[in-house]
Design a protein around this ligand. Structure first.
Ligand code: ADP
Ligand code: MG
Length: 280
């Protein structure tokens, strides 16, 4: 008799989607969520790495089977670095990104974000950290359909309780920063893939986060659009932002200053990227 298989669930992805959905719902009532008064990880503290992972494991249970997606990952990323994480499909990249972005937690091991162990931070405070400190960019842009580019970019600010005038102004500035000042009133369906991804980058930037986490951001784009998106990440890094770029393509990873190679849930190599050479 064939073993009964439960469908594979991806709770981290579902949680990310709920997170984006949550932003949208809170946008309708900006003052509903009080800002947490608990201690929060602060970026850019001297001598404290932004990311500090120690012996991180992640095991998913699928029926009776344990899937070891991460097997003892250790990684430090300093403020202002540009790091690519490269690996084949199934090597654990998205699992790692979900943990780095506090969308999921390790099964064992420690993760310190700006020096604070994320296990000690409650869910509300973590949501607040995600919203303020981390800008997420995904392969599948995740824009809200039938909603203009400007309104899509304003959403995280609405969630943060910003009033309309300030939201508008900052969203406009973020769209200009990604070269879309002339597309602010377009719907996602009226934009090319590359333009949609640039709207998603503007949305990630609008809260002025210290860190950008991008999971296969060029995976659905043609070469020209990929180049534009990578150009934006390069400029953001030059402005001092920490950029973590996840990819399975060597040519994309090469844009970073440091390339971390992951295979079967472990880091197997750390190399210098082209940017390290170019920028010294
Ligand atoms: P990548 O992003 O490098 O393609 P993932 O992190 O998505 O890799 O997946 C790593 C491994 O963990 C794969 O074997 C995948 O099937 C498994 N996996 C990922 N998410 C889940 C989940 N929610 N439940 C069960 N297995 C999962
Ligand atoms: Mg992935």
């Amino acid at each position: 008799m064939a073993p009964r298989r439960r469908p594979v669930e991806r709770p981290a992805v579902a949680r990310a989607q709920r997170f984006l959905q949550g932003r949208r719902e809170r946008a309708a009532r900006p003052s509903a969520q009080p800002v947490s008064r608990r201690p929060r990880p602060r970026s850019g503290r001297p001598g404290v790495p932004v990311i500090d992972l120690h012996d991180v494991h992640k095991t998913y249970s699928v029926g009776d089977i344990a899937v070891h997606a991460l097997r003892g990952v250790g990684l430090r990323i300093e403020c202002g670095e540009y790091v690519a994480i490269i690996g084949a499909s199934g090597s654990g990249k998205t699992t790692l990104m979900n943990i780095l972005g506090c969308l999921d937690t390790p099964t064992s091991g420690t993760y310190r974000l700006n020096g604070l162990d994320v296990r000690g931070i409650d869910e509300d405070a973590l949501a607040d950290v995600r919203n303020r400190e981390i800008g997420f960019v995904f392969q599948s842009f995740n824009l809200i359909p039938r909603t203009r580019a400007l309104a899509n970019v304003e959403l995280p600010l609405a969630y943060a309780g910003r009033h309309r005038g300030a939201r508008h102004e900052r969203a406009l500035a973020a769209l200009r920063q990604v070269g879309l000042g002339d597309r602010v009133h377009h719907m996602p369906s009226e934009l090319s893939g590359g333009q949609q991804q640039r709207v998603a980058i503007a949305r990630a930037l609008v809260t002025n986060p210290a860190m950008i986490l991008a999971d296969e951001p060029t995976g659905a784009l043609d070469t020209v659009s990929s180049g534009e998106v990578l150009g934006i990440f390069g400029r953001l890094n030059e402005q001092g932002r920490t950029v973590i770029l996840i990819t399975h393509e060597q040519s994309v990873a090469a844009h970073a200053r440091r390339v971390v190679r992951i295979s079967d849930g472990t880091i197997i190599a750390v190399e210098r990227g082209e940017r390290a050479e170019a920028l010294g």
